[in-house]
Design a protein around this ligand. Structure first.
Ligand code: ASP
Length: 462
């Protein structure tokens, strides 16, 4: 691919600086500044960018802007024009292979480096996918559809409902599995809401993302895609799952139940962890190995239940010491119908907040308690304060994760105005969001890489 020109997007002093040291876009350079030396590749800039900064992709994969006024010297060490555009190839059709549908919503997994701007942008087409991960064709006949192209912080009720409806349509059409490409940041929120909005699925619904975009050597995109497509095509686990790296190496992926999973690290590829339980299975390119047996099995019918009713006026309040009641009062005044509190310890907030909880009850606002510790149960009978809060109408959510309780409360309030009915829905698990007890070895799984976990996992690895 030829670049448009050698200085694409550069103007003014940034352009002058590059020219002075004979550096072009895509040049590998070492930039000397008063604060140190930076090694990387010059990226093009967008037409709207300022004229003061040179943007380079560091060897680590991160992009930084260096003010041209700070540049003392630039040494050009090489140049390799970027070939970031993924070649499109037609996905081959094999009548003996299962049909899998990949629904894209955006995120890093659907992104590539845009050679025009140097930014990571969402890009998604079946041909591009096959062009970049041809192994997918060994597993299934993959059809793709881009539902949205957003980073996952922008997912909301409209996209959750649209995704649930799209899943329903595909199941009715008879696909053997569904993969949802999604940004990792809020993948656990979407996994939770899909677990409630899409029930009784006869096929696997596998959410997948990547922590590093596919233009980076350490990208997890290809392997995660292979693992998730394999799970959708071949596994007998008919649940909403999250499929991402297990350990930090690319040894195997883990399949997490959609209601018990959480993103736990901002940058590791092994960021997703099952909380308060153990993952459902391990997946490698060769096989899928269940770690437990209590999952919903694949069926041959198309009888899925899609229920997308959702109340948007719900929020999470993360309790912090010295919180004032005004936070909750303002939610009540703004018409919120449900509040999930992530309390300290066994589920606590300070006394000053009680007045707002009392008001919430009077105004018919549903208030549910979860724990910030993530592991373990809300227990409001242990201290007087817990009992007092229950008298004020706060409902303990057992070991439901705060984000899951938030999604479920929106869904439950969508089903009924009657808070007793809502309570019944909240406390009746749909799929593992409340469990009777947490397994003792579940806690260790979170700590991935320590000897006990390796020993546990090795029992399943042949
Ligand atoms: N910010 C991105 C997102 O959640 C990160 C990712 O995809 O991993 O959409």
């Amino acid at each position: 691919m030829a670049v448009d020109n050698d200085y694409k997007g550069y103007r003014g002093e940034a352009l002058t600086t590059l020219q002075k040291f004979s550096a072009l876009i895509w040049s590998d350079i070492e930039v000397l500044t008063a604060d140190g030396t930076y090694k990387g590749r010059v990226l093009p800039r967008s037409e709207t960018a300022d004229d003061k900064h040179i943007v380079i992709k560091l060897v680590s994969g991160y992009n930084i802007g260096i003010a041209s006024s700070r540049v003392l010297d630039i040494k050009v060490t090489g140049r390799k024009e970027a070939h970031y555009k993924i070649p499109e190839k037609e996905f081959p059709y094999d009548p003996r292979k299962p049909r899998v549908k990949l629904l894209g919503t955006g995120g890093t997994i659907a992104s590539r480096l845009d050679y025009r701007t140097g930014a990571v942008i969402p890009a998604f087409s079946p041909g591009e996918l096959y062009g970049s991960v041809p192994e997918l064709a060994d597993i299934c006949n993959l059809e793709t559809e881009k539902l949205y192209g957003v980073f996952s912080e922008n997912m909301g009720p409209e996209q959750w409902i649209g995704t649930a409806e799209a899943i329903g349509k595909e199941i009715e059409k008879g696909v053997q599995g569904i993969v949802i490409g999604h940004g990792t940041d809020t993948m656990h929120h979407t996994a939770a809401i899909l677990s409630f909005m899409v029930q009784n699925s006869p096929v696997p619904i596998v959410m997948v993302g990547s922590q590093r975009s596919s233009d980076r050597p350490s990208s997890d995109a290809a392997l995660n895609l292979m693992h998730s497509v394999k799970t959708a095509a071949e596994s007998d686990i008919a649940e909403v799952l999250v499929c991402m790296f297990g350990p930090t190496s690319d040894d195997y992926g883990l399949l997490h139940r959609g209601t018990r999973v959480r993103k736990m690290h901002s940058s590791y590829r092994s960021t997703f962890r099952t909380i308060g339980d153990i993952p459902i299975a391990m997946v490698s390119r060769e096989k899928i190995t269940p770690l437990r047996q209590d999952y919903k099995r694949r069926r041959r019918d198309n009888n899925v239940i899609i229920n997308t009713a959702f109340e948007e006026k719900v929020g999470i309040v993360y309790y912090y010491p010295n919180m004032k009641p005004d936070i909750i009062d303002s939610m009540i005044d703004n018409g919120y119908r449900g509040i999930v509190i992530a309390g300290t310890g066994l589920g606590h907030v300070n006394k000053p907040v009680y007045s707002a909880l009392k008001r919430a009850k009077e105004k018919n606002v549903a208030v549910y308690m979860t724990v910030q510790t993530l592991w373990g149960y809300v227990q409001m009978y242990v201290y007087d304060t817990g009992r007092d809060m229950m008298e004020l109408g706060v409902v303990p959510c057992a070991n439901m994760l705060p984000e899951v309780a938030y999604m479920k409360l929106g869904w439950a309030l969508g089903q009924s105005e009657d808070l007793e009915v809502v309570k019944k829905i909240m406390l009746t698990p749909v799929n593992g969001e409340i469990t009777e007890r947490e397994p003792s070895n579940g806690y260790l799984i979170l700590q991935g890489g320590i000897p006990e976990v390796e020993e546990f996992i090795s029992k399943y690895r042949k």
